[in-house]
Design a protein around this ligand. Structure first.
Ligand code: HAM
Length: 442
């Protein structure tokens, strides 16, 4: 029979790599908790209209990357409906905010999520068709302070803290203000005007964007476009006073808490809902991500709730590409020569089939004491038990007939190459690993 393989652009995450994923997620949850965020879980598929309206018809995501299907009605009472696997989670969170009338609490909502997203992109390292995001959103009615520049700075400071706690080195924060919903149309009109005479000299992709989504021309990476882009109008010159002041206050608050940033006037981001502050954190060169070096991206979306039929609820959020974050940490660990393998505390080795049940009982006891334990089998020869134990664990406990009778066990310490006799009651302490087992052990 032919073997069935995973679908292009999807990944299987296997142990021990999944230890690192769990470590990253645990750290994120701990940091989010300290900043007052609660977890939200929204469905993986939604009404297609949510993304068409929320993310924007003209964006790459909606125009070519969504997994959309016509979901048939199963009963007279149902109607067929166009559904889409979520390409991102912000639209779903704002939909839930509206649907559950969270604005009626009058409070600021601080929500985080961890989960898979789906985009039909051209797969390469750091870019997948199913990928994971760790994201958070702050939103609420105007009187809850959701629009305040303090929130932008708090969110960015939290991200800096999270990346530092995870040990990501050399990250870079780039940010920009793309203005309010009224500034943007004026800027786009000016861009269109400036692009019209030079459009034909742009790369093919950008020629199309010049028509459909001129803002996107600005963050083109194509080398042949760079000189022309330099000549285009700058968004900073089109911001109204309020947006300019808002951005100034964000920068001042970042200065006050010592978060380093680079203002990048060309950072526009690829989703239509953004207003004012937009940002990206990039990984340093050498993290093996190549062109996919955006570890995370986000920004304000002060009009999104209204676009989705809800009340006024300004907000700001981000999403980390978890796959990229993990690749960066792995490349770093490899450069450092850091051990990422995880070893268990102990391997319990019965010397013969007659000791299997006793060994299981001992393993149960040690696991109950909080140790990580693997169990051998009395059918193994002694040499095989040794070799297996040395691969998996820091120590091995030998369970022979004499040991079971006397209650005194031989423990072998692999790193030191020593062994000693330990009474049963003292085993948990003797076997507990004193050294943490690397990043992957978490
Ligand atoms: P985004 O920039 O489209 O923003 O995605 C955020 C991050 O997800 C990217 O910086 C990248 O690390 C990761 N990412 C995106 N596409 C892929 C892919 N195909 N494979 C691997 N990683 C990928 C958003 O999704 C917004 N919802 C962020 C946000 C939240 N804005 C406000 N609130």
């Amino acid at each position: 029979m032919a073997v069935i393989f995973k679908v292009r652009g999807t990944r299987d995450l296997l142990p021990p790599e999944t230890d690192l994923w769990n470590h990253v997620e645990r750290t994120a949850r701990a940091v989010f908790g300290r900043y007052g965020f609660g977890e939200i879980r929204t469905p993986i598929f939604e009404d297609t209209q949510l993304f068409a309206r929320g993310v924007g018809e003209e964006t790459d995501i909606v125009s070519k990357e969504m997994y959309t299907w016509e979901d048939r009605a199963r009963a007279e009472s149902e109607r067929a409906q166009s559904l889409t696997l979520r390409p991102e989670n912000t639209a779903g969170v704002v939909r839930a905010y509206i649907e559950h009338k969270m604005n009626e609490t009058g409070m600021l909502q601080k929500l985080f999520y961890i989960g898979p997203q789906f985009r039909r992109e051209r797969p390469q390292r750091g870019r997948y068709r199913q990928f994971w995001q760790i994201g958070a959103e702050i939103l609420g009615p105007v009187w809850s302070g959701a629009e305040s520049p303090l929130r932008d700075a708090e969110l960015l400071e939290m991200l800096a803290t999270l990346l530092n706690e995870l040990g990501v080195r050399g990250w870079r924060l780039e940010l920009n203000s793309i203005g309010s919903a009224t500034d943007r149309p004026r800027f786009i009109a000016a861009l269109r005007e400036a692009l019209a005479p030079i459009k034909d000299r742009l790369s093919e992709d950008n020629r199309r964007r010049a028509e459909t989504n001129p803002l996107r021309v600005l963050d083109s990476k194509a080398p042949e476009d760079q000189r022309l882009i330099e000549t285009l109008p700058k968004i900073a010159d089109f911001l109204d006073e309020e947006s300019t002041e808002h951005f100034k206050q964000v920068l001042a608050a970042l200065d006050a808490c010592g978060v380093r940033y680079h203002v990048n006037p060309r950072l526009v981001r690829g989703l239509d809902y953004y207003t004012r502050t937009t940002f990206e954190f990039t990984a340093p060169d050498g993290s093996g991500l190549g062109a996919q070096n955006a570890l995370l991206g986000g920004g304000r979306y002060d009009g999104l709730s209204e676009i989705l039929g809800g009340p006024k609820a300004p907000g700001i959020g981000f999403a980390i590409g978890e796959d990229r974050l993990i690749l960066t940490l792995q490349a770093q660990a490899e450069r450092d020569g850091a051990a990422t393998e995880r070893r268990l505390d102990a391997f319990v080795a019965p010397m013969g089939l007659a000791q299997n049940a006793d060994a299981l009982a001992l393993a149960k006891e040690l696991r109950a004491a909080g140790l990580s334990v693997e169990l051998g089998d009395g059918m193994f020869r002694l040499r095989k038990s040794f070799e297996t134990a040395d691969k998996l664990a820091h120590r091995m406990v030998i369970v022979g007939e004499d040991e079971v009778k006397s209650g005194i066990f031989t423990v072998k310490y692999f790193a030191a190459g020593e062994q000693s006799k330990v009474p049963r009651a003292e085993l948990p302490n003797a076997l507990r690993s004193l050294v943490a087992s690397g990043v992957a052990g978490g």
